[in-house]
Design a binder for this molecule. Structure first.
Ligand code: SAM
Length: 224
């Protein structure tokens, strides 16, 4: 039987890949990638010549059977996403569930993901936290936030630059303008920075400094 490896890849800085990740990508027979052009940059940099196949949110359902039949035939497969850990706001979960249901072996290597550095450098309690990923894009955003109002653990959200102000506005309405926030952008990249303050201050800040890049938002838990 083949084995499925979930291999985390850098979230910006190519140096953030582990030796084991590169060895695994060279060892497997096939690499499933979200976007062949994006992953080619990483694979070329580390001289990985393993064949690639596309596996993304638009074809993952259709591909499950094909992938599991390859594993059953003894082919070792790695899954990578465009950045970070597969299965974390990226395709991965459906495949892992399917592979486990067939009693095949799955291993996720430890490695880069955006939420952990953002949390640890936020200064908010990092021993217990809630990762919410992206809020729903249209309906259900307020309801989700209302459910989190009393949460005492640190909250972590992913957000795109064009929705950052809208999201901070909703945080202000629901969590209150004085709740602490830490917003990390472009982690591990040249223009990495973290803004720490109240939600109200962050709204003022990002109204004048137009949000650019990729963002992780950490919100202090409700400990009142
Ligand atoms: N699988 C990835 C992980 O393990 O973190 C997440 C992929 S998700 C499609 C992309 C989102 O992750 C971005 O919109 C942003 O919220 C966050 N993200 C990814 N890379 C980042 C970075 N370098 N700096 C800040 N946020 C990042």
């Amino acid at each position: 039987m083949g084995e499925l490896y979930l291999v985390p890849t850098p979230i910006g800085n190519l140096g953030d890949v582990t030796f084991r990740a590169v060895d695994t990508l060279k060892m497997v027979d096939l690499i499933l990638v979200e976007d062949t052009r994006t992953s080619s940059k990483l694979l070329n940099h580390y001289k990985v010549t393993t064949p690639m196949q596309a596996f993304h949110m638009h074809n993952e359902h259709r591909k499950l059977e094909l992938v599991t039949s390859k594993l059953t035939a003894g082919i070792n497969i790695a899954l990578i996403s465009d950045a970070g850990t597969p299965g974390i706001s990226d395709p991965g979960f459906l495949l892992v569930r399917e592979v486990l249901s067939l009693n095949l072996k799955v291993t996720c290597l430890p490695g880069p993901t955006a939420l952990i550095p953002a949390l640890v450098q936020s200064g908010f309690a990092s021993g217990r936290f809630v990762f919410e990923g992206f809020l729903p894009s249209k309906k259900g955003r307020n309801k989700r936030l209302e459910m989190l109002f009393n949460e005492s653990r640190t909250l972590i959200f992913y957000e795109s630059p064009h929705k950052l102000l809208k999201t901070l506005g909703q945080f202000s309405e629901i969590f209150g303008p004085d709740r602490g926030v830490s917003i990390s952008r472009e982690l591990s990249k040249m223009f990495e920075e973290t803004y720490r303050g109240s939600i109200k201050d962050a709204l003022d800040h990002f109204t004048t400094q137009i949000p650019k890049g990729e963002f992780v938002i950490c919100i202090a838990g409700n400990n009142k």
